[in-house]
Ligand binder design. Structure first.
Ligand code: PMP
Length: 416
């Protein structure tokens, strides 16, 4: 090493001993210890001791309103969904113990893929073990060496990880910036394969993408389009197909990615597509092939839930009412929110810093309200957020109770 080049601040290697590979986490460990040493309850280690309904659980021995679960449509305790899961346990056992391409495809896996095809009115549906794996699998398989991925800088971790797993060139653009996206696409060499990746709802601030304009720009450049609708499925759009449906561009989307872990109320992920060659993905997509398929009880609950969501327009309307009221009430109390208008079922409350965010989180929990504390690197622009996600099963009275809790906690912590 030449003189004068500064060395990274690392523990010196000792004879016969390598560097402790955990040393890269030292800053995070110190930050966490600092926070907890003040007596602050750990916001990332809460235990749900008993879950009473989609909107209530016992936490620290106390009946708590759940406002941070992504359980948008409240399907987790639906009678038909639970009955389908119990029946599948009896009929097929607890797990498949195998990959979809070997012994892990049961009639339930086919049935949930049929339900998805009907839900989206699309030709193909492929179910993965999680939404994370759906992004990992589709993105890394479809965009390969010599191809380009153009994506929003605020994309979910599973999208970034999908890019990392593949071999394509990755070109991010500023969040929701149509012009920046257009420019990046314009610089891609002629003839290269292009995949644009967008999300319907961005889960940190609860804002939506201008999909009408963005999908048009992507098509102008001859790019394929993948939209992650994890936070809009079941809720946004006339049939709950997501922001693509609401924006009228669903037929121009080549791939829609979604999850069963939010509106559907269980676990699993999927991709739907109209591409005529889509089925080949089942043989070439490693996060689909090299992992065990979902348990029969899970696919049975998912299929039942998806079919019920097709007729969920009353619930969708109530969820919009809840979202609007919470947004308006928090604004009136003086909280700073992630969006000026409610755009989804996520209402993000911006905290001045992590310490006060954590204190506010704890004050709300003591009031009997659970929300998500979100911090970097999950959040954009280094923000600390209290993320509220509403449920169609929250009553109008519960939303008023929640506002009262925010008012008392906000005043106690000095946020408002
Ligand atoms: N995409 C987005 C936008 C998400 O927010 C999430 C989960 N929070 C996922 C994908 C992954 O979904 P899953 O929980 O099914 O792995």
């Amino acid at each position: 090493m030449s003189e004068g080049v500064s060395q990274p601040d690392r523990p010196v290697e000792r004879d016969g001993e390598g560097r402790d590979l955990f040393s890269k986490f030292d800053d995070l460990i110190a930050m966490r210890e600092g926070l907890l040493s003040t007596g602050q309850e750990d916001p990332f280690n809460l235990v749900m001791e008993k879950v009473l309904s989609p909107t209530r659980a016992i936490c620290n021995g106390r009946d708590t309103i759940l406002l941070g679960t992504y359980n948008y449509m409240g399907m987790t305790f639906d009678d038909d969904v639970i009955a389908a899961g119990k029946q599948a346990l009896d009929d097929y056992g607890s797990g498949t113990t195998g990959s979809r391409v070997l012994n892990g495809t049961y009639s339930g896996h086919k049935a949930v893929e049929e339900a998805l095809k009907e839900f989206y009115a699309m030709d193909h549906a492929m179910v993965f073990s999680t939404g994370y794996q759906a992004n990992l699998g589709i993105i890394s398989t479809i965009a390969d060496k010599g191809d380009y991925i153009v994506l929003d800088i605020d994309s979910h971790a599973s999208i970034w990880d999908g890019c990392k797993l593949g071999d394509a060139e990755v070109v991010p653009f500023k969040h929701n910036d149509i012009e920046a996206m257009d420019k990046r696409l314009g610089r891609i060499p002629e003839g290269a394969g292009k995949l644009v990746i967008l999300e319907g709802v961005y889960s940190m601030l609860g804002d939506i993408a201008p999909l009408k304009e963005m999908v048009a720009v992507a098509k102008k450049h001859g790019a394929m389009v993948l939209v992650d609708e994890a936070h809009s499925m079941g809720f946004i759009g006339e049939h709950g197909r997501g922001v693509c449906e609401a924006a009228g561009v669903i037929d121009d989307c080549d791939f829609i990615i979604g999850t069963f872990s939010k509106s559907v109320g269980t676990v699993g992920g999927f991709c739907v597509s109209n591409h005529p060659k889509f089925e080949i993905m089942r043989l070439v997509c490693r996060p689909y092939v090299f992992t065990a398929s979902l348990p029969p009880s899970v696919v049975a609950t998912a299929a039942t839930s998806i079919r019920k969501l097709m007729h969920g327009s009353n619930k969708r309307a109530h969820l919009w009412e809840n979202s609007k009221r919470l947004h308006q009430g928090l604004t009136a109390l003086g909280f700073e929110l992630g969006t000026k208008e409610p755009q989804s079922a996520i209402v993000a409350v911006i905290m001045p810093d992590l310490e006060r965010g954590a204190a506010m989180w704890e004050a709300l929990l003591k009031e009997g309200l659970y929300v998500n504390l979100a911090r970097p690197p999950a959040t954009p622009a280094n923000m600390t957020l209290l993320r509220c996600s509403l449920c169609a099963e929250h009553s109008a009275e519960e939303v008023e109770t929640i506002l009262g809790m925010f008012e008392r906690a906000g005043k106690a912590v000095g946020i408002i």
